[in-house]
Design a protein around this ligand. Structure first.
Ligand SMILES: [Zn+2]
Length: 242
């Protein structure tokens, strides 16, 4: 069976107190999307969801997102390359990697990147229990806030593993992705670039990890290639907000 990781976004607006006005982005594989469509008619993102709104921005845009950092060597190299190209990205930081790398986090903020939360120690949050999961997320947000003087509003759960209960406990906007670079697995610049270019479309959120040299090289090559194709690079908040 052909297994094509074609990921789509689904935006849901929570209607209860702490969730009011928050947007939850879900990752859905195409074949799962087909299942949803078969059961409920039109897909939510075809009815004015995030992708449509992203397309309302001028020109084609795409968000590069990096998880699991900061990394003492790879992240500064990535920041150098992004700065040279005048591109902003989104970094979802892991709390346990922040200690010792505070200057890198400060630099991300100073250079206009968006900083989000990727838990403290990369646990599977739905299995950790709401209390422990939220403690780790809060601790990470506090570490980031101490450095940047701004508390993160966006979070990407490790493994994309999330549920509604956590949404309400944590009180942050969850951001998943629509194109998975599989950089952690491929570890090869050319293969990562090829994989992303094959799938990328206007309004996509690309998942990468700034902890591998090959990911940094691939990300910068992707910036150059997609810029030539007319894409503008935005941070995820620019995709999620009108
Ligand atoms: Zn991760």
């Amino acid at each position: 069976m052909k297994f094509k990781m074609r990921l789509k976004l689904l935006a849901l607006v929570c209607g209860i107190d702490v969730c009011l006005g928050m947007v939850l982005v879900y990752m859905v594989r195409e074949r799962e999307a087909a299942h949803v469509a078969a059961n409920s008619g039109a897909l939510p993102w075809e009815e004015g969801g995030i992708l449509d709104r992203a397309k309302g921005l001028e020109g084609k845009c795409v968000a590069l997102t990096f998880d699991d950092g900061p990394h003492k060597d790879c992240t500064p190299r990535l920041l150098d390359g992004l700065k040279q190209r005048g591109v902003h990205a989104t970094f979802f930081l892991m709390g346990q990697s922040i200690e010792g790398n505070e200057e890198i986090v400060k630099r991300m903020k100073e250079e206009g990147h968006l900083i989000g939360n990727h838990s403290y120690s990369h646990v599977q949050l739905t299995k950790a229990g709401a209390g422990a999961a939220c403690d780790g997320v809060d601790k990470t947000s506090s570490l980031i806030e101490n450095i940047t003087e701004e508390r993160p509003q966006y979070m990407r759960p490790p493994f994309g593993d999330w549920n509604e209960e956590l949404e309400c406990e944590v009180g942050m906007t969850t951001v998943l992705w629509s194109v998975d670079s599989l950089d952690w697995k491929l570890r090869n610049k050319n293969r990562i670039v090829k994989r992303v270019l094959k799938d990328v479309e206007d309004g996509d959120i690309i998942l990468m990890h700034d902890i591998f040299p090959s990911s940094v090289e691939a990300a910068l090559e992707l910036v150059d290639a997609l810029t030539k194709e007319g894409y503008t690079f935005v941070t995820v908040d620019e995709l999620l907000i009108d």
